[in-house]
Design a binder for this molecule. Structure first.
Ligand SMILES: [Zn+2]
Length: 293
């Protein structure tokens, strides 16, 4: 009898310690899961941090991870519409499909910008509003609080930890704001390749002077580049783009405007925690401030 009781105790302790298997579509989502879930959640990330999440391909390893997951954290707003629904539907795990407790969208937790400007008929890849919410640390903190509630539903035993973790992350974000505001005071503005850092610019009231793309997902034309040079010549600014955005357009613009041309990661590194994410935002802040020189 005593042996049985000991065994039962060991078994239930083992159950309590088993981390909740979760999948994040991006490294930003994975960061939020790690930050809020702590050791009660084990995280697999589908998209590498250095790739354009708009245009990823489904891989068998994605289905394997999704099959075992109890929670899928997507960015949403159609960012992953080219591959994530296909991967999730092929995983034979209805618990993580949209509408279920096991499906969580970051973009659905916060107010989106760019909804009114969308023009799907011309190839705009942001028809549901701008999906790149990971560039606003305050929206990410807000999504973190919502994620804590979802995790609390899936694993009630750790509910208090999830809520405390999400609140701590929000405080960490808020603590960084004054320094970033100071660094960004008086910056002339940025020229972005894609509308992928709009949330950061919006948050700190940094002027966006233009976009290298004609529309989100529609590559630049010679006429569009000439128009940008015309509009911006003689002004100060900085060109910011991500590592996977390149092309002659950027070099031409940098040369003709005489502006710094800086490549930055759009998502935090694999296995990033909250601190690594805030370091990435700090990197962008520093790059924006380079336009002052
Ligand atoms: Zn986009």
């Amino acid at each position: 009898m005593k042996i049985l009781a000991t065994l039962l105790l060991a078994f239930s302790a083992g159950l309590a310690q088993a981390a909740l298997p979760a999948v994040a579509s991006t490294t930003a989502g994975a960061m939020l899961l790690r930050e809020v879930g702590g050791s009660a959640v084990s995280v697999v990330t589908l998209a590498p941090p250095d790739r354009d999440v708009h245009t990823l391909q489904v891989k068998p390893s994605m289905m394997q991870a999704l099959r075992r997951a109890r929670l899928l954290v997507a960015v949403g707003a159609e960012l992953e519409s080219g591959w994530l629904p296909l991967a999730a539907n092929s995983a034979a795990n209805p618990a993580i499909l949209p509408g279920q407790k096991g499906y969580f969208e970051i973009a659905a937790q916060v107010a989106l910008i760019g909804r009114e400007a969308a023009d799907r008929s011309r190839g705009d890849v942001h028809p549901a509003g701008n999906p790149h919410v990971q560039m606003d640390p305050l929206r990410m903190a807000e999504a973190g609080l919502a994620l804590a509630e979802r995790l609390a539903q899936l694993d009630p035993a750790h509910a208090a930890d999830f809520r405390a973790n999400a609140q701590r992350f929000q405080k960490d974000v808020q603590a960084r704001l004054p320094q970033w505001q100071q660094q960004l005071a008086g910056v002339p503005g940025v020229l972005l390749y894609h509308r992928d850092a709009d949330y950061l610019m919006d948050r700190f009231k940094v002027p966006v002077l233009g976009y290298v793309e004609v529309l989100p997902g529609v590559p630049p034309t010679a006429a569009h580049l000439a128009q940008l040079v015309n509009q911006l010549k003689g002004r100060r600014g900085v060109i910011l783009h991500t590592n996977f955005q390149s092309g002659r357009g950027l070099d031409t613009l940098a040369q003709q405007l005489g502006w710094p041309n800086i490549a930055l990661p759009l998502d935090p590194p694999a296995n990033a925690d909250g601190a690594a994410y805030l370091a990435l935002i700090g990197q962008w802040v520093q790059a924006i401030a380079a336009g002052k020189a």
